[in-house]
Write a protein that binds this ligand. Sequence first.
Ligand code: FAD
Ligand code: NAP
Length: 316
Amino acid sequence: MPNPRQTRCLIIGSGPAGYTAGVYAARAMLQPVLVQGIEPGGQLTTTTEVENWPGDTEVQGPDLMVRMQDHAKAMGCEIVGDIITDLDLSARPFTAKGDSGTTYTADALILATGARAKWLGLPSEEAFKGFGVSACATCDGFFYRGQEIVVVGGGNTAVEEALFLTNFASKVTLVHRRDELRAEKILQDRLFKHPKIETLWFHTLDEVYGTDDPKGVEGVRLRHVETGAITEIPCKGVFISIGHAPASELVKDTLELHHGGYVKIEPASTRTSIPGVFAAGDLTDHVYRQAVTSAGMGCMAALDAERWLAEQEGVA
Ligand code: FAD
Ligand code: NAP
C-alpha cells in the first residue's frame, strides 16, 4: 500500500454503520477505504442470535458481519486491517495515522467507531478481568460449564447474556440496581420464565473475591442500594453488562460532542461540526443503538459524503 494512502472517502469502523457506508460509498464511485479497527465486524461479533435484522428471522451476529464485509468488498470498498491511532482534522485532506505505520489522507471522512463495553471501575473487577470477570458471554461463557454465574445489569445486553449463559451455567443470578428492567418485554418474559435464572433487585456489585493461585473468582459481595446490607453469592463467573460508551477518543478535542461523549450531528443528517467529517451509528446515537439504525446511518453518511464532495468539486 502506498504511504501516505490517499482516498476520496475514508471510513473508520467495521460495524453495521461502517460496512453499509462502504457499500454506498463504493457504489457512488468514491473508491472508499475502510479501516476495520481492533474488532472487525464490531459489537455484533460478540453475540449469537440476532432476531431483529430485517430479512433474517434469526441470524448469528458474526455471520451477519462477515456477509456485510463481503458485500462492501464486492461493491469495491477496500477493507484494511488497521487501527487509527491519531486523526488530524485541522486541514484538508484529513490525515489519519494507522497503528500499522500507514498514514491515510482523505477528502471526506466517515466515522463509525461505535461503542465499547462499560465497566464498573471496581479494583476487584479489574483484578479478576480475564480470570472470571468478563463483559462478553459469547466469548467466555463456555468456561463456566456447570458453574454458577452472576450477571450485572438490566438492559437488553444483560438479559441476553443471562439467557445465553444458561447454556453452560448451573445457575445464573441477574443483579440489577432497580426493580425494573429496561430490556425489551419479549426478553424479560424469557428471563422470568427460565428455571435456571434468579433475579436480585436493588443490588449493586461491591466486590469480586477469589483466589490468587490459581487466579479465579469465588464469589461476589453485593450491596442493597437502600439498606446497604451486604449479600455474598458464590460464583465462578461475573459478567458485567451495564452498557456501552461511544468510542469517540479520537475526536474528543476536535468535534462537538454530547454529554457522554456521543458525536454531535446535525438533525436529519450525519454532518458533524467539521465540514467533510460525517459520523454514523452508535458513535452518535444514545437513543436507538441498534444494528439496523447504525446501518441506516452508515447509508446516510455515504450519501452525505458523496454530496459534500460533489459540492467541493463544483459538480453538484
Ligand atoms: P460497532 O458495531 O460498535 O463497530 C465499531 C467499529 O469501529 C468496530 O469495527 C471497531 O473495530 C471500529 N473501531 C473503533 N475504534 C477504531 C479505531 N480507532 N480505528 C479503526 N476502527 C475502529 N443490535 C441489534 O439491532 N440487534 C441485536 O440483537 C443486538 N444484539 C447485541 C448484542 C450485544 C452483546 C451487543 C453488545 C450489542 C447488540 N446490539 C444489537 C447493538 C448493535 O451491535 C450495535 O448497535 C451496532 O453494532 C452498532 O454498530 P456500529 O457500526 O455503530 O458500531
Ligand atoms: P443499556 O440499555 O444502556 O442498559 C444498561 C443497564 O446497566 C441498565 O439497566 C442500567 O441500569 C445498568 N447500569 C448502568 N450502569 C450501572 C452501574 N454503574 N451499576 C449497575 N448497573 C448499571 O445497555 P445495553 O443493555 O448494553 O444495550 C445497549 C444498546 O444496545 C441498547 O439500545 C439496546 O437496545 C441495544 N441492544 C439490543 C439488543 C437486541 O435488540 N436484542 C441486544 C443487546 C443490546 P438502569 O436501568 O438502572 O439505568
